[in-house]
Design a protein around this ligand. Structure first.
Ligand code: KG4
Ligand code: ZN
Length: 357
């Protein structure tokens, strides 16, 4: 079964054709980094206009590269419908609906978060149940995945997403855009122990797996001197390396705790921040039986993961009608344990409001 995947939830416009949920026949991504760089963050209006510009040429090129006739060789069309920037999601969904009308192929609605958690399966034999850590610019979610449409949240962030913290620190110091990549690059020439920044401490039973980045951000921006190791030099490289170490350790410690508590020793780390070089090194030290981290291209937003998980839904006939809506906010996933906990991960403000901070 060939599934066409479409991703347009934020600032990557991507189209892919994937066979059997695993074999990528073609995969094209147009990143809008250059269009948003001058503003230091994603501008929703620009994002949706760029999706309008790119989606048709990408679709044509993806069909040509896979030597696929869109009129006869595609079995289902999978498209991201949530969460993300509404205007951007609507471009992808509108295009997908047009294709459905033109080709008669059924339409599959995909949750972007679940698609990230599926991404490693395009390259390895990952299968549920497993623990998933999604770290991106919009989301920080530690969860247990029991099926391609069944995920329970163990922990999330109480403020910024992990990648959002990278982006804000980079913006504050003028390290470059996008922030995560700039910090990672600088950090490779810095001392990760030049500053002993604090790791967030949320130790109440209800927040056993939650993280927070506000304390780290304040320490890096306003209280650096207090945390500088004696003799360490104040350089961009040292700040980046020390921030990166603590920002990543923050989520990795929660993941280690979840592995120990649940006994689930199969782990997937996904999302844009999973491209981070320190995270990838640090993950190698996890005491688990199976570790799945996608290659760089499948960490950040991409349509292959949409087509991949779309195949799983198409296989069981989970299609949607032509009146399917988009949903900007994060869905209210089931939350595991902890009386009085919030029902859903913090909705991603950057994507919802488009605010650049
Ligand atoms: O998954 P993604 O492409 O989009 C969202 O769904 O948010 O993730 C983008 C995020 C950005 O915050 C970016 O700074 C971060 O991933 N990122 C990185 C690295 N590459 C991308 N963060 C740390 N180190 C990296 N190498
Ligand atoms: Zn994403």
């Amino acid at each position: 079964m060939n599934v066409l995947g479409i991703e347009s939830s934020c600032d990557e416009c991507s189209v892919a054709i994937v066979r059997g949920g695993r074999t990528i026949l073609s995969h094209l991504i147009h990143s809008q980094i250059d269009d948003h760089a001058a503003y230091g963050g994603v501008v929703p209006e620009i994002a949706s206009r760029k999706h309008v510009e790119w989606i048709l040429p990408l679709f044509r090129a993806a069909c040509a590269e896979a030597t696929i006739d869109p009129a006869g060789d595609i079995d289902a069309i999978a498209v991201t419908t949530e969460p993300g920037l509404s205007g951007s999601l609507l471009v992808g969904l509108g295009f997908a609906k047009g294709l459905t009308i033109a080709t008669g192929c059924p339409l599959v609605a995909v949750d972007h978060i679940l698609a990230h958690l599926y991404a490693p399966r395009l390259e390895s034999d990952l299968a549920p149940p497993y623990l998933g850590l999604l770290v991106s610019g919009g989301h920080t979610i530690l969860c247990r995945v029991d099926g391609w449409d069944s995920m329970s949240v163990l922990g999330t962030t109480t403020d910024d997403a992990c990648g959002e913290a990278f982006d804000k620190i980079a913006k504050y110091f003028g390290f470059g855009y996008p922030g995560g990549v700039a910090v990672d690059r600088l950090a490779s020439n810095g001392d990760p122990y030049a500053y002993d920044f604090p790791v967030s401490r949320l130790d109440s039973p209800a927040q056993r797996y939650d993280v927070s980045y506000s304390g780290l951000k304040t320490a890096v921006v306003a209280q650096r001197e207090r945390f500088r190791r004696e003799g360490a030099e104040e350089t961009a490289e040292n700040i980046a390396a020390s921030f990166q170490r603590v920002a990543i350790d923050t989520v990795m410690r929660r993941l280690e705790r979840a592995v120990a508590d649940t006994g689930v020793r199969r782990v997937a780390i996904v999302g844009g921040v999973a491209a981070n070089s320190y995270l990838r090194r640090r993950a190698g030290e996890l005491a688990v039986d199976e570790l799945h981290i996608p290659s760089m291209e499948l960490c950040t937003d991409n349509a292959a993961m949409i087509a991949g998980i779309g195949y799983e839904y198409a296989k069981v006939g989970r299609f949607v009608d032509l009146d399917a809506p988009v949903n900007a906010r994060v869905r209210g996933y089931r939350r595991v344990g902890g009386a009085g906990r919030r029902d859903e991960p913090r909705a991603e403000r950057r994507k919802d409001s488009g605010a650049i901070r």
